[in-house]
Ligand binder design. Structure first.
Ligand code: PMT
Length: 220
């Protein structure tokens, strides 16, 4: 029998949202459930890889034979991924990382005041871009969640983040995106674009990684 295409490969997958604290009881986050990232982790495992799953706060069980590291903020996720980057063969950034966080997280619960309020935000570090800039041998797979001009933005992210593949989801599609069990994506690389029909995130993850691993690693 043919050996599994990712046998011996170390794969780091990120999944879920990040949570950025405003004060001890409030936060900024997004609607990522972690399903897509967990499906990517399971698919990589099933193709033979040794998988570490760096998960933001999600309500999903840890898949069998996968090492899970729970993180909260974008800063925690950056640290968890960077510390494993040298040994990784593939990094898959499925997480919906917050682009902004409160500039000052309050130590105590913020009290209501008369009138409106504003929270000053600062940029978080772009993890994928950081990985792209430090890339040596790793294969970098990112996602792009877009509501408009999805392919244009996806191609832009491939270049600006120095990724090898960007999996673009149009998150306005009712069959895809945040929270759903299914997703609709286009795989973008420097060789071109490949659209996938709507399907269960697990099956989609398996098809995406089978295609990518055959292209990148199977030279038999
Ligand atoms: O979790 P689910 O409910 O299953 O939903 C799946 C999903 C829609 C969240 C997933 O398929 C997806 O698209 N994940 C990426 C969402 C996202 O943050 O896209 P983006 O276009 O904002 O970011 C582009 C890429 O840069 C992503 O790989 C992201 O992980 C990465 N990024 C973004 C910001 C940042 N500060 N650091 C990053 O690494």
């Amino acid at each position: 029998a043919k050996p599994l295409p990712l046998k011996g490969k170390r794969v780091v997958v990120t999944a879920g949202p990040t949570l950025e604290r405003i004060d001890p009881v409030r936060y900024i986050s997004n609607f990522s459930s972690g399903k897509m990232g967990f499906a990517m982790a399971e698919a990589a495992r099933d193709l033979g890889a040794d998988v570490t799953l760096v998960a933001g706060p999600v309500a999903l069980d840890t898949p069998a034979r996968i090492q899970r590291i729970d993180v909260e903020s974008a800063a925690d996720m950056l640290e968890a991924v960077l510390s494993r980057y040298d040994e990784a063969d593939i990094v898959i950034k499925s997480a919906a990382v917050a682009d902004y966080r409160p500039k000052h997280a309050a130590d105590q619960k913020m009290k209501k005041q008369e009138g409106d309020a504003a929270i000053e935000l600062e940029r978080t570090t772009d993890i994928l871009k950081t990985l792209g800039a430090q890339k040596t041998h790793q294969l970098l797979i990112g996602f792009a969640a877009e509501t408009n001009d999805a392919l244009t933005y996806g191609r832009g992210k491939l270049e600006s983040k120095n990724a090898d593949y960007i999996i673009v989801n149009d998150v306005t599609n009712p069959d895809g995106g945040f929270g759903n069990d299914t997703n609709v994506v286009t795989l973008v690389s420097r060789d071109g674009e490949m659209p996938y029909p709507a399907m269960d995130k697990r099956m989609l993850a398996h098809q995406l990684l089978t295609y990518i691993s055959e292209k990148e690693f199977d030279h038999s």
